[in-house]
Design a protein around this ligand. Structure first.
Ligand code: SAM
Length: 273
């Protein structure tokens, strides 16, 4: 009988986020294929799991896929994990899943954390329709080209980004997307978790004022600002429109105040009058 390939999601920071099912599967499988055996070793040690591990990363994917599929075909059970979150989501594994399916092996996903959905659920941007776009390109010219392609998208866009590129990326987002509402979700599930909400320009200014930007970052962009209010729209309506684009009440007030060159308290007073 052929074995089973389990695709096991692991925490994106907070170890309490591992599921009971993930722990059971990791305890029961014959082998754990890991993006980085040292990283997964720490997770397994934390939960007192002793299991043979093999590396499975972008540089040995092809050779390891054949090896693992042979084991699976011979009846072994294998768990695939990445360094954090759900394997295959901007992480290795696609080739192995494809080959396992082709070999008639059962593929069983064990769901759990992923930065994209964790960020989306707390961002306060529309969730009825969204698009996961992976990592933004490292080069500004390529980044702008890609952002141009996404400009007409009206759903929420989700990108992964690195801390050392986020300021440049926000500059490009501002240039291409204008005042489309943005959210930077940083260090999700960790001690210093934070959500920065506003336009790309506002968030960039906030981050640029810090001595450095650290940690893991997911960047989200809400509906395009074309549907945002024009300057002669009554203030109440402008705030409501900004809220409908995904900003919280306070952020919407801040946004409208900034847009019209008013103090926040004046916008607030208008709303309560
Ligand atoms: N497979 C993972 C998942 O399901 O989320 C993603 C792996 S990808 C190589 C790593 C990127 O995910 C990071 O560079 C960052 O953009 C995002 N990310 C991972 N953990 C995060 C966290 N705790 N907070 C915010 N973003 C995170």
């Amino acid at each position: 009988m052929v074995g089973t390939l389990f695709i096991v999601a692991t925490p994106i920071g907070n170890l309490e986020d591992i599921t009971l099912r993930a722990l059971r599967v990791l305890r029961e499988v014959d082998t754990i294929a890991c993006e980085d055996t040292r990283q997964t070793g720490k997770l397994l040690a934390h939960f007192g799991i002793q299991k043979p591990t093999v590396s499975y990363h972008e540089h040995n994917e092809a050779a390891r896929t054949d090896e693992l599929v042979k084991k699976l075909a011979a009846g072994a059970s294998v768990a695939l994990v990445s360094d954090a979150g759900t394997p295959l989501v901007s992480d290795p594994g696609y080739r192995l899943v494809q080959a396992a399916i082709a070999a008639g092996v059962t593929v069983t996903p064990i769901p759990g954390p992923s930065a994209a959905l964790t960020a989306l659920s707390g961002a306060g941007l529309p969730t009825d329709s969204f698009r996961f776009c992976g990592f933004l390109p490292a080069k500004s010219s390529q980044r702008r080209k890609l952002l141009e392609e996404f400009r007409a998208e009206t759903c929420t866009l989700i990108f992964y980004e690195t801390p050392h590129r986020i300021l440049d990326a926000l500059e490009d987002v501002e240039a291409v997307m204008g005042t489309r509402p943005a959210v930077v979700a940083r260090e999700l599930t960790k001690l210093h978790e934070e959500f920065l909400r506003g336009t790309a320009k506002e968030i960039r200014a906030e981050l640029a004022a810090r001595p450095s930007v650290k940690g893991e970052i997911t960047l989200l962009l809400g509906k395009p600002a074309e549907s945002a209010a024009t300057d002669d729209t009554p203030i109440e309506e402008a705030v409501r429109k900004a809220e409908s684009l995904g900003l919280s009440r306070m952020d919407a007030i801040k946004h409208v105040a900034k847009e019209r060159g008013l103090a926040k308290r004046d916008v607030y007073r208008k709303l309560t009058e």
